[in-house]
Design a protein around this ligand. Structure first.
Ligand code: IPE
Ligand code: IPE
Ligand code: MG
Length: 241
């Protein structure tokens, strides 16, 4: 694909959807779809890194996904622990800096432990920032930011007049990441499902029917190609390309 390497989005977010449907199409139980989906995160992170993307945010478990059957939720809480233990050294050596976005007080301790290990062991890495959004929901993220800011005002640490978009941003999980350029959702749904509501303000949106386990480097390149042919005006005026 003929990509303009000077116009690669800095921050790409993906709603990885369709693991369950992919499994069904292959006559397999849903958990196999989740297992393939987890493996595909490594494939797509490698592709993103090769393309020069700086940050990749991946939506892996939402604050609403707890509504699913207990066995599926249990699998989604335990499979990443096994996966991480198996590939720990490979992940550290990849050069990615792993971050997490989401609530920490509901996720089981065994998973939090590996999340902390991944974060700490890769914090000095200089490669792709892989931001794993787990037990993430924008309502929760923004509510938490409101509470923190209100507490700081109450304790006279800041004044109401100090509230700016930058201050709000610095209280979100995505603090310090480049501005979101491109959101991809796989598997045909065209909705946001409580993902990065604030950060999406001027991101380009890309929807594909491909299910997540089948979304590989070529699909990512297609999304970037599409992104590069958008006319981003940010409210201003720009000559059509
Ligand atoms: C995405 O795949 C993974 C999670 C939301 C955990 P789904 O599990 O939503 O797959 P579908 O949408 O049922 O096919
Ligand atoms: C969004 O997918 C959440 C994640 C990908 C983690 P869902 O499959 O949960 O979204 P809905 O229910 O179709 O909106
Ligand atoms: Mg889904």
């Amino acid at each position: 694909m003929d990509l303009d390497m000077n116009n690669i989005p800095q921050h790409v977010a993906i709603i990885l959807d369709g693991n369950g449907r992919w499994a069904k199409e292959h006559g397999k139980p849903r958990f196999i779809g989740h297992r393939e989906g987890a493996k595909n995160i490594a494939t797509v992170a490698k592709a993103a890194s090769e393309l020069g993307i700086k940050a990749l945010s991946i939506y892996c478990f939402s604050t609403e996904n707890w509504k699913r059957p207990e066995a599926e939720v249990n699998y989604l809480m335990t499979m990443p622990v096994r996966y991480y233990k198996k590939y720990r050294q490979k992940i550290i050596d990849s050069g990615y800096q792993i971050r997490f976005s989401g609530r920490r007080n509901v996720v089981p301790k065994s998973l939090l432990n590996v999340m902390d290990d991944a974060m700490l062991s890769t914090k000095d890495n200089k490669g792709l920032i892989l931001n794993i959004c787990f037990d993430y929901g924008s309502y929760e993220e923004i509510t938490t930011a409101f509470k923190k800011i209100a507490t700081d005002i109450k304790n006279n640490i800041i004044d109401i007049s100090d509230i700016t978009p930058e201050l709000i941003e610095s209280n979100l999980y995505t603090k310090g990441l480049p501005k979101l350029d491109l959101l991809i959702r796989t598997s045909g749904e065209q909705r946001i499902s409580n993902f990065l509501l604030w950060q999406l303000a001027y991101a380009e949106l890309y929807f594909t029917d491909t299910s997540w386990p089948d979304f590989h480097k070529e699909e990512l390149e297609k999304a970037i190609y599409d992104f590069q042919h958008r006319n981003r005006r940010f409210g201003g005026l720009k000559e059509a390309k």
